[in-house]
Design a protein around this ligand. Structure first.
Ligand code: GDP
Ligand code: MN
Length: 367
């Protein structure tokens, strides 16, 4: 689950990480906007869970009360990368001298947390990783041991920050790891970690994603996104490609992704409807796949066992009618195959019994 910036900052503050002074205002409180006075320049920040808010127009500045009202209204009236703005964070505008990057993630390959630090902060860190990977210092933490301040200082020395900044930045790094560990986070990030003109350090932005599997150890229910995440009745993982892949059973779905790749395609998702899916679940699964605007084609691979081909066919037929522009390929065999085929045939939907054939035809259709 992702926490909002203001929620993450509240936690950072509890751990002693310096954050800019500020307050939050929600859409319902808009009537109070006239009472808000400020006596110094502020940053007005849309509380949406998307990366690159600044570039997308979600970070605005105001120097006086009038401007502040304007900017708050502006943010409430627009969407940032498709997300509506429900809350806005108003903070003192920091006199920024330098922007650093500090992040802690679970590195699954190394099976341990990794701290990353870069003097090239503020910007998209993926870009830095691509263009100047040497500008990112990565340090793996042995989770059973303590992460001590001297290790933080070591990382910063290697990152090449001025020595007088090392103690204050190391302190933030040490505290951020404490947050990461105690909150069961999967990602904790401060970008930018700011050094001001007067030499102070601040977390100007905050990202904190907590591990859904650690719910039982915490009271996550106080956070905004709690319970908001849609509960799917199937396994769905979104990927970068443009071919939706649906199968029954994880193995078959993975094999389906492989075969799509084999014929030059790129999967847009992994979707396993599981065993014994009803027409209703098939419909929901197809809808989910087609929500992704990148999807140009869908590959459906069903090997009927407990799953009945006729149920699957019923679901497919209903959704296909609504999406005449998307290309489909259906491979279906097994339980109630005849009944299933009949339903597809009656609706003019081609199907295959060989998955190679289905994948080849789909890719030819899309070429
Ligand atoms: P993001 O785009 O969602 O990552 O939003 P950030 O909170 O990181 O803000 C984006 C950028 O806005 C930062 O990298 C800064 O350059 C700028 N910014 C944010 N807060 C301040 C501030 O207090 N003072 C100044 N001068 N710039 C700020
Ligand atoms: Mn940021």
């Amino acid at each position: 689950m992702k926490l909002h910036e203001y929620e993450a900052k509240n936690i950072f503050k509890e751990y002693g990480i310096p954050i800019p002074e500020g307050f939050i205002i929600s859409k319902e409180e808009i009537s109070k906007i006239d009472d808000i006075g400020i006596n110094k320049p502020v940053v007005v920040k849309a509380q949406v869970l998307v990366g690159g808010r600044g570039k997308a127009g979600g970070i605005l500045f105001a120097d006086n009360k009038e401007e502040l009202k304007e900017k708050i209204n502006e943010l409430f009236s627009k969407e940032i990368k498709g997300e509506e703005v429900e809350k806005v964070l108003i903070e003192e505008k920091l006199p920024i001298k330098k922007e650093y990057y500090l992040g802690i993630v679970i590195d699954r390959t190394e099976k341990r947390p990794a701290i990353m630090f870069s003097t090239e902060g503020g910007v998209d860190i993926e870009e830095v990783a691509k263009r100047n990977p040497e500008k990112i210092v990565k340090y793996h933490i042995e989770p059973r041991k303590e992460f001590l301040p001297y290790s933080a200082r070591w990382i910063l020395k290697h990152a090449g920050i001025p020595s007088k900044e090392i103690p204050i930045v190391a302190d933030v790094m040490y505290k951020l790891y404490k947050v990461f560990k105690e909150m069961d986070a999967v990602l904790a990030e401060i970008n930018p970690l700011v050094i001001t003109e007067d030499g102070k350090v601040y977390a100007a932005d905050a990202v904190l994603n907590v591990d859904d599997d650690a719910y039982y150890r915490h009271d996550y229910s106080k956070f905004e996104e709690f319970g908001k995440k849609e509960k799917l009745e199937f396994a769905y993982v979104e990927l970068d490609g443009d071919i939706g892949v649906i199968g029954n059973g994880a193995g078959l779905t993975l094999a389906s992704m492989d075969i799509i790749k084999e014929f030059g395609g790129n999967p847009a998702c992994f979707l396993d409807i599981g065993g014994g899916a009803s027409a209703e679940i098939v419909k929901k699964a197809l809808k989910k796949v087609l929500e992704n605007p990148k999807v140009r084609g869908v590959f459906i691979n069903i090997l009927g066992g407990i799953t009945r081909c006729d149920e699957v066919a019923k679901g497919i037929v209903e959704i296909l009618k609504e999406h005449p522009n998307v290309k489909f390929a259906v491979r279906m065999m097994g339980t109630n195959e005849e009944e299933g085929r009949k339903i597809l045939e009656e609706n003019g939907i081609p199907y295959e019994t060989s998955m190679e054939e289905a994948a080849r035809k789909l890719m030819e259709n899309l070429a």
